[in-house]
Design a protein around this ligand. Structure first.
Ligand code: WT7
Length: 643
């Protein structure tokens, strides 16, 4: 191994792991590479329930792929029904803790009942396969119940993160032309109620496709119910039967759409389908998380993001796991909430983000040290590169030097983890996602598609389609084609820069496009810019990500104003609030800088690269020959030196 800081798996961990050695990993990897049809075909038959067998493993008509054509299956059936005839029937499926401290333990059998009842509610409202449901809920068990009820009937769901504003919610409902919105009165966050139904009311003023809105009562806060449109979940459910067979659906039936930020102001609806998605999320639960029957597994993400879809709901439930769900904030009521939960439920596998790790690290070791964390056996990280200092702390203070850390690289589009260590097999290097999963053929190339070679920085691309790959962008196949398959010919373009070291390990270096990563959440610079220019005082805006100690990047905005007299301090505050209102609180800019002009090319394009340099290094070193007015740049850079 070429790096001094290498952590091989312990003999003890390897001995019990699914994939116990580097040789075993290589054998699996080579098998998948040489004969993907046989590899994935055998896994699909063995790991999933089929109502009707598939007749083809995959059909690749670049850039469109189909997996397991001809087969009929159902994600909800695979996550629930098939466990009921096994010892899992009374096993806890969802272990839930609300922020106020309330708790629920829902067995597979009980979850199945809840899902069937709610599916019957949806049926009674006239919904059927092919319809679309928007789910805008707090982190309560009824959120996965709603997802699995949709999946049971073939209703495509789109979960919108509860932190998104009414504006953002409206755009998603409209793009999806959803027939129904499933929501709650609100949820708890840092002791305060996040009012969800109010946001739905605001959004629904301009959403003619929506016929019904079902409201789950979580907080008991006052909500406005519109007669004929709004219904209480508990009232509709009262008379619903507990029997609801899962509909056999095509392998390629659309399971969900999840919106994510692209390089334009308009979010992309990433479409995932049924069988391939479920197979790969199930397999990675075993390969990466080494999930065992007796494990208590906790992923701290919100189900509103892909991590929650794949690794709180579909992957864990399909694999028959006990999946823990926590409603609230990591620092409420104190900085030891995560560690308190780990101790209380004897969590074995813990999966979180570098942002959370850095934020908790800063509060000092006494918080985790107050708790018995000895149940932990494996730790995970996702969302952005984890810096070695945070990695070492996570390893030493949380894992007590005993637990492997799986740094998992993937994207909303990839559906499942593509690059990550198999913890019993692969020696770890802090900061590297290590090696690709079976069936994944990454490469690091230049813009002509030529491999750049060892230790050189280039674009990370994936050479072959994989089962949980996105199928298209909702109602925009052209954008799908251009965005993912049009940048470098013939391969999937990830939008990340990376390098590969002499051991074949991948090191992700960050995005190469105008996408920021704030606390592991993807945010487009254009989306924030469009929000800003909707404000009456703003003439123009340019937004860049600025390095931030805890959140990875922070939103930094350069704004020019329309003619007038402004109180810059008050306006700065107002604009930060404005963006939070237009997109969601997580997008609130850290900084608004007022400027007289923005640096532009002769053709009028804003040179974000220069702005990025200003906020990163406070100087400009790159090529500025296309810059129209160099004066603008020197002034901006100088301005920074003044503050
Ligand atoms: C982008 C995808 C996948 C779930 C969470 C984010 C970055 C993600 C890692 C990692 C380095 C990572 C990439 C990627 N990213 N995981 N382990 N190491 N970077 O999903 O919002 O679709 O964002 O997050 O830049 O492209 P997403």
């Amino acid at each position: 191994m070429s790096n001094a800081n290498v952590y091989p798996p312990s003999a003890e961990f390897s001995a019990q792991a699914y994939v116990p050695s580097l040789e075993a990993y290589r054998a699996l990897y080579d098998k998948a590479k040489e004969n993907p049809e046989e590899f994935w075909g055998a896994l699909a038959r063995e790991q999933l329930h089929w109502f009707e067998p598939f007749d083809q493993v995959f059909e690749w008509n670049p850039p469109f792929v189909k997996w397991f054509s001809g087969g009929k299956t159902n994600a909800s059936y695979n996550c629930l029904d098939r466990h009921l005839s096994t010892a899992r029937k009374n096993k806890v499926a969802i272990l839930w803790e609300g922020e106020p401290g309330d708790q629920r333990m829902i067995s597979y059998q009980e979850l199945h009942r809840l899902v069937c009842r709610f599916a019957n509610v949806l049926k009674a409202r006239g919904l059927q396969a092919g319809d679309r449901a928007i789910i805008y809920m707090p982190m309560v068990p009824e959120l996965p119940v709603a997802m699995l009820a949709c999946a049971r009937l073939g209703i495509t769901h789109s979960v919108v993160f509860g932190g998104f504003s009414a504006e953002a919610l409206k755009a998603r409902i409209q793009d999806l032309e959803a027939q129904i919105v499933i929501t709650a009165d609100g949820g708890w966050r840092r002791g305060r109620e996040i009012r969800l139904k109010d946001a739905v009311d605001e959004a629904l003023r301009e959403c003619p496709s929506v016929r019904d809105c079902i409201v789950y009562k979580r907080t008991g806060g006052h909500v406005q119910m519109q007669a004929g449109r709004d219904f209480w979940w508990h009232e509709l459910e009262e008379s619903a039967s507990e029997t609801c067979p899962a509909t056999p659906l095509d392998s390629e039936h659309p399971l969900f759409v999840l919106y994510t930020s692209g390089t334009t102001g308009k979010p992309k609806g990433i479409l995932h389908t049924t069988a391939g998605y479920l197979l790969q999320t199930t397999m990675t639960m075993k390969w990466v998380f080494d999930l065992k029957e007796e494990d208590t597994y906790w992923c701290t993400a919100d189900i509103g993001w892909v991590t929650g879809h794949s690794y709180i709901v579909y992957g864990p439930l399909s694999a028959g796991a006990t999946t823990l769900m926590y409603e609230g904030a990591p620092d409420y009521p104190a900085f030891d909430r995560f560690w308190r939960i780990v101790e209380k439920y004897r969590v074995n596998i813990f999966y979180t983000s570098p942002t959370a790790i850095r934020a908790l690290l800063r509060q000092g070791d006494h918080w985790p040290n107050q708790h018995d964390l000895s149940s932990l056996r494996l730790l995970g990280s996702v969302g952005e590169p984890i810096n070695p200092a945070a990695w070492e702390w996570y390893h030493r203070v949380i894992g007590k030097g005993r637990c492997p850390i799986v740094d998992t690289w993937w994207q909303t589009e990839t559906g499942a983890i593509l690059i990550a260590p198999m913890p019993g097999a692969v020696p770890l290097k802090p900061g590297s996602g290590t090696l690709p999963m079976p069936g994944i053929l990454p490469e690091i190339v230049d813009l002509d598609g030529k491999p750049v070679g060892e230790n050189k920085e280039g674009f990370l691309v994936i050479q072959r389609p994989w089962p949980s790959m996105l199928r298209t962008i909702w109602r925009d196949p052209q954008r799908y084609k251009e965005q993912y398959w049009g940048k470098v010919s013939g391969v999937y373009f990830t939008g990340d820069a990376a390098r590969r070291d002499s051991d074949g390990y991948y090191w992700i270096l960050g995005r190469v496009d105008d996408v920021m990563n704030v606390s592991g959440h993807r945010l487009s610079t254009m989306e924030v810019e469009s929000a800003l220019v909707r404000h009456p005082a703003v003439a123009e805006a340019a937004v860049v990500g600025k390095p931030h100690e805890i959140t990875g990047q922070a939103v930094c905005c350069f704004v020019t104003l329309k003619k007038g007299d402004y109180d810059h301090e008050a306006l700065g505050k107002e604009l930060r609030q404005w963006v939070a209102h237009e997109i969601g609180a997580f997008a609130r800019p850290e900084e608004i800088r007022f400027t007289e002009a923005l640096p532009k090319t002769r053709s009028g394009k804003i040179m974000r690269r220069l702005l990025r340099e200003i906020v990163t290094s406070h100087t400009v070193t790159g090529d500025v020959t296309t810059l129209e007015d160099m004066g603008v740049i020197t002034k901006l850079a100088a301005q920074h030196d003044e503050d």
